[in-house]
Each structure stands twice: as structure tokens, then as C-alpha cells.
Design a protein around this ligand. Structure first.
Ligand code: NI
Length: 390
């Protein structure tokens, strides 16, 4: 890999910065220290800073020349509620909080790029550096958009990057379409009629209906979705009954998640689930009501932007190290909200093969400092390419 030499020289500094963030992880919408570090670093580089968007979000604005083009580059800042099991000196100082998804690295890479672009960036237009809170579960991206991000900072395209363990350091994966799935949640409440367990004929057993639902819902994916499409339906929560062995409860509950890459598949799946809940309810003489909630939308790159991102990645690591056809992930990502509003592309940068189960959201995970300069170089080249002088 061939990062920009000036950024390679910054490697030690970026590592110190990244490890400082790693040692001080903050959860969704509580990224106050992180946001202060970001704002201070941007200001020190002479970049205009806007704080307080979505609470702890920070936007840096860097203009050059008089060109009307503008792009957004986004990094996420939040950590996870997880107890870190690493023992290195920069391990989390906070019990039960950890940068286990590498957002510390994402923040450091974008700061490195911002500093470099402020110092010697060669472009004509505006770069918005978006440091967003709360990627992990509550959708900080959506809140930033609701609070006027795209009106206050009008950009034509938006870009994101996530480190990817399992992908070797020095490689990128750039998908030309779907890259991450939606993350919907559902609850199903089964209302029957409680009875003595020895006299089930006097009640309507919601537990047997619940068990039937667990089985029948498996047919949503296998029988209603085109086999060439990808959908996952996982039931992850079941509750029924209390302490007693001899009471059939009044109610039972199940819940889970649905993942897909297309909105029409979410609609299809929800409709099938409604039908099954109704039918199983009727069959068992109980009422099964579905509450289906749409979470993060699918993250879908636009083809033209993906092509540019591939070109930039290839300029840094060679075309043989840029994957076009890697499987997308059934995980979810709130960058999807930006891509619902603007064309853009979210790429994976290899975090390395990892040792000791170093996957995302693992208590042994750590961001790979060897890719900091590479990731920052990617941002710099992308900005200079998209905002190239005529
Ligand atoms: Ni993440």
C-alpha cells in the first residue's frame, strides 16, 4: 500500500490520537469528550467548526476556490456497551464501554485527512467533514439529517468508510450496490386464555401457538421470498409463563429481527408475517398481533460513486487489492440514511485478518493502526478527485 507520504509521516501522531479515543470510549449521544477532541483538532487546523448537531455531532467546513461542488465525508464516533478484554495500555478506561467497532479509527482517519486537506489540499469546492454520534443502534445519522444537516451543509454526494476485519490490511471492498442490510425489529404478542395446566381444554394456550409461530415464520424466507434474493428472519426472544409448572399463561411473546437489501422485500416479509400471525391465531383460538418496526434502511451505494471510490482505492493499493464482488453484509449501518438522501458510497477498508477472534463487536477487537494513514489518504484523494480544479 502506498499512502500519501505526508500522511505516512503523521502515522505516529494519528496512532496516539486513535489510542487516546480508544481509551476514552463514549456511548451514543454521549460523545462529549470525543466531540471536543474532534472540534479542537479541526480548529487547530484552521477548519470552520459547527458543533451540537444531533447533540454531540460535529461538522467541519473546508472551502477552496469558488467552485459550487460540495461533498460530505463521514466518520462515526460512538463506542459500544461492552467490557473490553484487551490488556494493552490503551485499553478502555471505562468499565462496560469499548470501541469494539473501530469508530475511534474512523474518527482519527477523517481528522488526519481534514488536517492534510487544510494544509495542502488541492481542490476547488467544499468538503464537509461529518463526525456523527450514535451509529450503533439509535441512528445518529438520521437525527443529523432531521436537524438540517443537508440544508445547512448542502452537499451533492456523501461518503463513508468502515474498517473490516477479515479483509487484509492494504485492501478495500467497494460494492456497486447493496453493502449492508436493513435492520428491522418485530414483536408478536400472543393473547390466549390462561388455565390450569392439567385442564388445558378450559383455556386457549398461547404457548403452543407461540411454538407454532416460531416454526411457521421460517416459511417467510423459504416460501415467500424469491430464492435469488437475500433475507434473514431470526427469532431471538421468547417469553411465556412465570415460575409455576402448573399454569398455562394468558399471554406469550416472541420477537426478533429481519434483514434484507431491498425495501420491497421488507414489505413482502411483513405482509407474510401478518398473514401467518393471523392464521396461526385463528387456528389456535388465540390472537397473535404483530408489531413490525422498520429500523436502519439497507445501505446501497450508487454505481457512479462506487466507480470513483474504486478508482481512488486502486490508486493507493493497486486494482488487485480492491474487491468489487465481495458479499455484502447482513449487518446494518446508519450511513444508509445519508444514502437515502444523496448519491454516495460506503467502502470497507481491510483491518487485517486479526488474531484471537478480533472481529467487530468482540471484546478483544482493536482497530489496526497500520491502516490509519491509508484510510486518511483515501479521503484526501477522494476529495481532491471529486473537487478537482477544471
Ligand atoms: Ni461500526
Amino acid at each position: 500500500m502506498q499512502p500519501i507520504p505526508a500522511l505516512l509521516e503523521q502515522r505516529a501522531r494519528l496512532t496516539t490520537l486513535r489510542r487516546d479515543l480508544h481509551a476514552h470510549p463514549e456511548l451514543a449521544f454521549e460523545e462529549r469528550r470525543t466531540a471536543a477532541v474532534v472540534a479542537d483538532t479541526l480548529r487547530a487546523a484552521g477548519i470552520e467548526v459547527h458543533e451540537g448537531l444531533a447533540g454531540t455531532g460535529v461538522v467541519g467546513v473546508l472551502k477552496r476556490g469558488s467552485g459550487p461542488r460540495a461533498i460530505g465525508l463521514r466518520a462515526d464516533m460512538d463506542a459500544l456497551p461492552l467490557a473490553e478484554q484487551n490488556v494493552f495500555p490503551h485499553r478502555s478506561r471505562h468499565d462496560g464501554r469499548m470501541h469494539a467497532c473501530g469508530h475511534d479509527g474512523h474518527t482519527a482517519m477523517l481528522l488526519g485527512a481534514a488536517e492534510h486537506l487544510a494544509k495542502e489540499g488541492d481542490f476547488d469546492g467544499t468538503v464537509y467533514f461529518i463526525f456523527q454520534p450514535a451509529e450503533e443502534t439509535v441512528g445518529g445519522a438520521r437525527v443529523m439529517i432531521e436537524e438540517g444537516l443537508l440544508e445547512r451543509f448542502p452537499m451533492q454526494q456523501v461518503f463513508g468508510m468502515h474498517n473490516w476485519p477479515g479483509l487484509p490490511a492494504g485492501q478495500f471492498a467497494v460494492h456497486g450496490g447493496p453493502v449492508m442490510a436493513c435492520a428491522d425489529q418485530f414483536d408478536i404478542h400472543v393473547r390466549g386464555h390462561g388455565a390450569h395446566a392439567a385442564m388445558p381444554h378450559q383455556g386457549r394456550d398461547p404457548v403452543v401457538a407461540m411454538a407454532a409461530l416460531v416454526q411457521a415464520l421460517q416459511s417467510v424466507v423459504s416460501r415467500t421470498v424469491d430464492p435469488l434474493e437475500s433475507v434473514v428472519l431470526s427469532i431471538t426472544r421468547l417469553r411465556a409463563g412465570g415460575e409455576a409448572y402448573n399454569i398455562i399463561p394468558d399471554e406469550a411473546y416472541l420477537g426478533g429481527t429481519l434483514r434484507a437489501f431491498k425495501n420491497e422485500l421488507r414489505d413482502q416479509a411483513e405482509e407474510a408475517m401478518e398473514r401467518i400471525c393471523h392464521g396461526i391465531g385463528v387456528a389456535h383460538g388465540v390472537q397473535a398481533s404483530l408489531d413490525y418496526r422498520r429500523g436502519y434502511p439497507p445501505t446501497v451505494n450508487t454505481a457512479a460513486e462506487a466507480a470513483v471510490c474504486r478508482e481512488i482505492a486502486a490508486s493507493l493499493v493497486g486494482p488487485g487489492n480492491v474487491h468489487k464482488d465481495r458479499h455484502p453484509s447482513m449487518g446494518a449501518e446508519d450511513f444508509a440514511y445519508f444514502l437515502n438522501e444523496r448519491p454516495g458510497c460506503y467502502v470497507w477498508i481491510g483491518n487485517g485478518l486479526g488474531e484471537g477472534g478480533c472481529m467487530l463487536h468482540n471484546p478483544h477487537y482493536d482497530f489496526n493502526d497500520d491502516i490509519l494513514a491509508l484510510g486518511a489518504s483515501y479521503w484526501v484523494r477522494l476529495a481532491e478527485r471529486l473537487l478537482a480544479k477544471d
